[in-house]
Design a protein around this ligand. Structure first.
Ligand SMILES: [Zn+2]
Length: 366
């Protein structure tokens, strides 16, 4: 007695939940769907950002590597210039000492001694020659010294230029490294945000799935049809057309209507949802091998349902009640059921149920 009461109250609770879904279904459903779409969009944007950041990271690591190579190259040039500068300084030092010595000697000779040297000339010609040579020696010494000093200064200038270049490269390297580290941190944040969004998505997905299943069961699944935006296969190769008046069935060997279009494709080729919708069927079915159906909304007062035949159940990636988006992979091409080779049997039906009117799918695709 006690046990029965417990089971009974659990059932009441379950029914109350279902009833409350049903009660405010229009609003609740729209809310839940909207939330699911929002979360999915946010997730998509975030993924795009993460991908973009990843390529920026690559750019930074390239920059760091390039700057490092530049620094090494410049450092080699700086080292060479340091050697040259030292050599120039040594030579300049020798010359400076020589020059100073000469100046000192001239000074020690004094003006008188200097004059005496000149005056001891035996002729005016000799005097001029001596005078000229003293002047030349001094001038030569001076210009030699000046050249050496200039050379040392030039080397010094080049060296500091190179050092500046190296500093710039070092700065570029440091900046890139800093930017890289900041971006890594941002990427980590984004990835944990993505995880949170995925959890939220799963929650909304479950909620929407329950609502959709309930709406489907009570015949109230109804939203406006949105045009298809892509084909179910990337490469569309028709192997057998839609034909309601009947075609010779390649497997059964007699004439019967062909309610869809066959597209030949290797086994395992991805099948994509051509438009947004809700999965309404996902089960084994005779002839089809397996049938997957998506409700895409109402158009001109009638449901639009796409159906996919000959897949293998284990290849189907969606479940009944699930909201799918245009371009989402839903299954793979198989060779299940009455089929002479791997292909997708694709149908468009204008109502729920197995006897719903079929229309030519090619009028619905690009
Ligand atoms: Zn077919």
């Amino acid at each position: 007695m006690q046990k029965r009461w417990v089971i009974g109250s659990a059932l009441v609770a379950a029914l109350t939940t279902l009833f409350s879904y049903g009660n405010a279904s229009a609003e609740n459903t729209e809310n839940a769907r909207e939330k699911l779409h929002e979360v999915r969009k946010e997730k998509k944007d975030l993924l795009e950002e993460i991908t973009k950041n990843d390529s920026s990271l690559k750019k930074y690591t390239d920059q760091i590597e390039q700057a490092e190579n530049q620094v090494i190259k410049i450092q080699k040039q700086v080292d060479q210039k340091v050697v040259e500068w030292r050599r120039a300084k040594d030579v300049e030092k020798v010359y400076r000492e020589k020059y100073n010595k000469r100046i000192r000697r001239l000074y020690q000779l004094g003006e008188f001694g200097y004059m005496r040297t000149l005056l001891s000339a035996k002729s005016f010609g000799q005097f001029l020659a001596r005078f000229e040579s003293v002047r030349l020696i001094m001038k030569q010494d001076y210009s030699l010294l000046k050249n050496r000093m200039d050379a040392a200064a030039a080397v010094q200038k080049k060296k500091s230029e190179l050092e500046n270049m190296r500093k710039q490269q070092q700065k570029l390297m440091d900046d890139s490294r800093k930017a890289y580290e900041e971006l890594i941190k941002r990427q980590e944040d984004k990835k944990s945000e993505l995880k949170k969004l995925a959890a939220q998505e799963a929650e909304y997905k479950d909620m929407v799935m329950e609502i959709n299943k309930e709406l489907l069961a009570s015949g109230r699944l109804n939203f406006p049809f949105k045009e298809f935006t892509r084909n179910p296969l990337d490469r569309m190769r028709v192997t057998s057309h839609f034909n309601l008046s009947g075609r010779l069935d390649p497997v059964l060997g007699y004439v019967r209507p062909h309610k869809g279009t066959d597209f030949g494709a290797p086994r395992g080729t991805p099948i994509y949802a051509p438009g947004d919708g809700v999965v309404v069927e996902n089960r084994p079915a005779s002839g089809y091998g397996w049938i997957l159906s998506i409700y895409h909304g109402h158009k001109d007062g009638k449901p639009v349902i796409s159906r996919y035949g000959h897949c293998y159940g284990w290849d189907v990636t969606v479940e009944v009640g699930e909201e799918v988006e245009a371009g989402q992979m839903i299954s793979k091409v198989g060779n299940n059921g009455q089929s002479t080779g791997a292909h997708l049997h694709f149908e468009i039906r204008r109502d729920f149920g197995r006897d719903a009117p079929a229309v030519d799918p090619l009028n619905w695709l690009n």
